[in-house]
Design a protein around this ligand. Structure first.
Ligand SMILES: COc1cc(-c2ccc3ncc(-c4cccc([C@@H](O)NCCN(C)C)c4)n3n2)ccc1O
Length: 304
């Protein structure tokens, strides 16, 4: 069959992984009209689409799957099934919603909530840096989504401004959506999870040292994101990935006055309590939400 023809799963494929039963096996284009490409990345291609039965618009994420175990092309089915299983457990305003899933022999398609405001990364780039009030607006939403995810024993493991999108950026108080759960994992008590995946600028020291990862690994990334929201620069960025990773492992960062002279001590304290080498000593998402910078006790504390 031509590469892009819809090739239904065989019975043995479906028997191989029972969760595949959750996936629809008919051609996705029999139920959804595919529209323009929205973008692409390591995960595959994202297209805008319209559900024929309801007329509603969604984003469809096409993921090529490996034809055989040894293949370097495409993602493992189990990896995509894990992402789908995780997304099916999460219903929160700050986390993009999964609407439908399809599987064929060569690819899987996730039908997702359409997010039209672009990436937080681009929003910051246009403004260089945000005011503390603007940063807090975004961070509160991100922290509420992360606290919810962590309460369900799920860690994202790839939190970065590119994976935080704005529902509609023209609104005065844009709503955010956390996307791309391709590296997310269920954190099981007593089960150690290690991985070398992630983006150098945002990964925590335990990722680089190949030590157990936990929900605290996400909190390090939140510290990096906060630093970037307030300054427009990245705390550990080196000339090369290797230099960046060295900076991360050594915890080597500073609040350069050229970028932080207007930043409150409270905001810097918030970042300091996240960029802590020892995972168990970092603030949790719930602790962040009641940190005086995010939730001042009174007007006086708010302006300090
Ligand atoms: C579930 O995982 C993903 C969801 C999405 C997603 C979900 C809803 C949604 N509505 C609009 C878009 C969209 C719009 C423009 C560009 C892109 C995408 O190519 N880049 C998004 C961020 N990227 C760095 C992961 C995606 N998306 N993207 C993108 C990547 C994912 O790995």
């Amino acid at each position: 069959c031509p590469e892009d023809a819809w090739q239904p799963l065989s019975d043995e494929d479906e028997a191989l992984s029972p969760t595949m039963a959750d996936f629809k096996h008919e051609d996705v284009e029999s139920l959804y009209e595919m529209l323009e490409n929205l973008g692409s990345g390591h995960f595959g291609v994202v297209k805008k689409c319209r559900e024929k039965s309801s007329g509603s618009y969604y984003a469809s994420k096409f993921i090529k799957t490996r034809k055989c175990k040894g293949s370097r092309l495409g993602l493992d089915r189990e990896q995509v099934e894990r992402e789908v299983s995780i997304l099916q457990q999460l219903q929160h305003p700050s986390i993009m919603r999964l609407h439908d899933v399809f599987a064929s022999k060569a690819e899987m398609v996730l039908i997702l909530e359409l997010i039209s405001g672009g990436e937080l990364f681009d929003f910051i780039a246009e403004k260089e840096a945000l005011s503390e009030a603007e940063a807090i607006e975004f961070l509160e939403q991100i922290l509420e989504g992360v606290a919810y995810m962590h309460s369900h024993h799920i860690a994202h493991f790839d939190l970065k401004p590119e994976n935080i999108m704005l529902l509609e950026k023209s609104m005065p108080n844009p709503k955010i959506k956390i996307i791309d759960f391709g590296l997310a994992q269920k954190i099981e008590a007593g089960v150690t999870f290690k991985s070398l995946c992630g983006t150098p600028q945002y990964v925590a020291p335990e990722v680089i040292n190949y030590e157990p990862l936990t929900s605290a690994t996400d909190m390090w990334s939140i510290g990096v994101i906060t630093y970037i929201l307030l300054s427009g620069i990245s705390p550990f960025q080196g000339e090369t990935d290797s230099e960046t990773l060295t900076n991360v492992v050594s915890g080597n960062y500073e609040f350069d006055d050229r970028y932080f002279k207007e930043t409150s001590e409270m905001a810097k304290d918030f970042i300091r309590e996240l960029l802590v080498k020892e995972p168990k000593d970092r603030m949790t998402a719930v602790e962040c939400l009641v940190h005086p910078w995010i939730k001042p006790l009174n007007r006086k504390q708010a302006v300090n």
